[in-house]
Every structure is written in structure tokens, then in C-alpha cells.
Design a protein around this ligand. Structure first.
Ligand SMILES: N[C@@H](CCC(=O)N[C@@H](CS)C(=O)NCC(=O)O)C(=O)O
Length: 254
């Protein structure tokens, strides 16, 4: 059994989609990131970066004590190795996949996260319109560039790493499926090969089950007070906050 410390966001979906694709047993352990679950001492012991997702595999590859892993890229690589699926073993094929996994982790995910921040949240956090305009232009522009990178790759390949569906697709699809929400519908007209791939991957039953996993967790309408608390938690993180959380975790462990 694999515990998935989870909230229904694109980074969380990557893991539930992979588990559904592999048919591995799992259970969701909610981490309510709007209410501070990512700073809970028990969670920080698994995920020192105070971000979900994280997993605990109670029957890990190689045997031994339960294994905890954080960072979605590392988790997908581990699950691919455990299941023997969606990551080839031959070196050239393997690195064709892994380069796109790292590309997603370093580019598409962070840039879409920052673009979403400037487009949808920053207006409640700053009074300076110049900051909003510059930040939005910078990160939405970068997301637009990355859409073009995927489109070019998919113009010559059925899937991101070539002919076969792999963890490169599983890790990229959750974010790519939301591109029109972040840019606008024109992104599909501009990038038809990307649109073809988003649709094809989105039709896979395992992808649909993984994307819907725990969706009821995020559906509750928040009160204004809860929204303010959420903003303060998510957008006010400093090294001091991390230090205080680490000290609380150490006290709880004693
Ligand atoms: N690089 C990390 C990113 C994880 C991440 O940013 N998770 C977000 C939710 S999508 C989170 O836990 N946010 C909590 C916070 O910002 O405090 C991964 O891919 O696992």
C-alpha cells in the first residue's frame, strides 16, 4: 500500500494518474495546503520543502522499512522503477524520457505556477499595477514559449519522448491540460500538435481517474476569512517560517 500525501492540484494529479496507470494500491492522505497542512510536523518529516505531493511506500522496492519520497519527479521515477512501466531501461530510451521529466519539473510547472500567481492572486497582494503587469507578462510569456517547445516536439512525435507513452507525458499533462485557462483558447489554435496530445492523453481512463482523485477535497467554498488565511499562508513564506516549522517538528518528534 502506498500513502499519497495529497491535495487535488496538478502536482498531486501527476502521482494519482501514475498510480492509476500502474494499477498500484494507494490511499490518499489529505494535506490541506490552504489550511497549513504542509507545515504539520508529521508531514514535514516526509517533505522538508513543505510542499505536497509526497508518498510513503509501505512495501518499498528493495524491501526494508517504509520509504518516504517527496518531489513529484522523483516519485514518478520511483513508481516507474517499482512497476517496470512508463520508463524504458535501455539508456538512450531512458534518458529520452528523463530529459522531458526534468524539463517539466524545471520549466513548465514553475513557470505556470508563477504565471497563475501573477494572473490570479497578485492583485490581492500588491497595490502596484506595474508589478502585476511586469510579472504577468514575464511568466505568461514564458508559458507561451514552453507551449511552443512542446508543440514542436509533438509535431514530430506521438508522445513527448517519442513513440511511447511514458512518465514524460504523465508529468506534463496535468499542467498542459490547464494552458487555455492560463493563457486563453488561442493557445490551442497556435499549438495544434500540443492540443492533439492533450486530448489524446486526456482520454485515457487512468488519466481521468487520477485527475478526479480526491477532487471533493478542494470543492468546498471558502469564507472570506478562510481565503485571507489561505493567502497569508501560501504567499507569505519566509526562511523564518520554515525554521519555526522545523523546530516544531523536532519538538513533536521528542
Ligand atoms: N516541485 C514540487 C512542487 C510541489 C508544489 O509546488 N506543491 C504545491 C501544490 S501544487 C504545494 O504544496 N503548495 C503549498 C505551499 O505553497 O505552501 C513537486 O513537483 O513536487
Amino acid at each position: 500500500m502506498i500513502d499519497v500525501h495529497y491535495w487535488p492540484t496538478p502536482n498531486g494529479w501527476k502521482i494519482t494518474i501514475m498510480l492509476e496507470e500502474c494499477g498500484l494500491d494507494y490511499r490518499l492522505v489529505p494535506v490541506d495546503i490552504g489550511a497549513g497542512g504542509q507545515f504539520a510536523p508529521a508531514f514535514l518529516r516526509l517533505s522538508p520543502n513543505n510542499r505536497m505531493p509526497a508518498i510513503v511506500d509501505h512495501a518499498p522496492l528493495g524491501g526494508g522499512a517504509p520509504l518516504a519520497i517527496f518531489e513529484s519527479g522523483a516519485i514518478l521515477e520511483y513508481l516507474a522503477e517499482k512497476s517496470g512501466r512508463f520508463l524504458p531501461t535501455a539508456p538512450a530510451d531512458r534518458y529520452r524520457v528523463l530529459q522531458w521529466v526534468h524539463w517539466q519539473m524545471a520549466n513548465l510547472g514553475p513557470m505556470m505556477g508563477n504565471a497563475n500567481h501573477f494572473k490570479n492572486y497578485a492583485k490581492d497582494l500588491t497595490d502596484d499595477p506595474a508589478q502585476l503587469v511586469y510579472g504577468t507578462k514575464r511568466f505568461v510569456g514564458e508559458v507561451d514559449r514552453l507551449s511552443g517547445v512542446m508543440d514542436a516536439q509533438l509535431s514530430a512525435n506521438r508522445f513527448l519522448a517519442g513513440d511511447d507513452y511514458s512518465i514524460a507525458d504523465i508529468i506534463s499533462w496535468p499542467w498542459a491540460s490547464l494552458l487555455a485557462r492560463l493563457i486563453d483558447e488561442q493557445v490551442w489554435a497556435n499549438n495544434p500538435h500540443l492540443k492533439r496530445w492533450v486530448d489524446e492523453v486526456g482520454e485515457r481512463p487512468a488519466v481521468q481517474r487520477g485527475r478526479d482523485a480526491g477532487k471533493e477535497l478542494g470543492e468546498r467554498e471558502l469564507t472570506e476569512e478562510e481565503q485571507q488565511k489561505r493567502r497569508a499562508l501560501l504567499f507569505n513564506q519566509t526562511s523564518e517560517k520554515v525554521r519555526a516549522a522545523r523546530e516544531a517538528a523536532a519538538r513533536a518528534a521528542r
